[in-house]
Write a protein that binds this ligand. Structure first.
Ligand code: FES
Length: 144
């Protein structure tokens, strides 16, 4: 028997909780306006636009009337991620949550709907293309 231990390469994933946040796991970096991003293995990121702790979820979605069952269907073609390393989340002022780095995107049924190395997630709650941004934040007057 071999004593070789293979390194565990974290797989970054973002799961859309039904009527709730984007739950990200893996090797995460989260820009919150500080000199250095937060580095953590799990984060619950607001999708409804109502959290007082943006970009994080504070549970307000339960009373804000936010609805998204998270039933996005898998893309017609899902590429295998060959890139490894952290994924960095950056909330744009009054706009979407950018994700840069290898990431598997899952719907509420935990089906993989896409893989990406760069995308923009809705965090205002108004997109018609959830979990992605479609630009609706401008017309919705989203601030945050
Ligand atoms: S998704 Fe939880 S407070 Fe917005």
């Amino acid at each position: 028997m071999s004593d070789i231990t293979l390194p565990v390469v974290p797989v970054n994933a973002a799961f859309t909780a039904p009527n709730g946040p984007l739950i990200a796991t893996g090797d995460l970096r989260i820009n919150v306006g500080a000199a250095e991003p937060l580095s953590q293995p799990r984060a619950s990121l607001c999708r409804c636009g109502a959290s007082s702790k943006k970009p994080f979820c504070d549970g307000t979605h339960r009373t804000s009337g936010f609805f998204d069952a998270g039933e996005a269907v898998p893309a017609a073609s899902i590429a295998e991620l060959t890139e490894t390393g952290p994924v960095t989340f950056t909330p744009l002022p009054d706009g979407p949550l950018l994700a840069d780095g290898p990431l598997t995107v899952q719907n509420a049924a935990k089906q993989t709907i896409a893989t990406t190395t760069s995308t923009a997630f809705c965090r205002c709650g108004a997109s018609a293309n959830k979990p992605y941004c479609d630009g609706a934040h401008a017309a919705a007057g989203f601030k945050g």
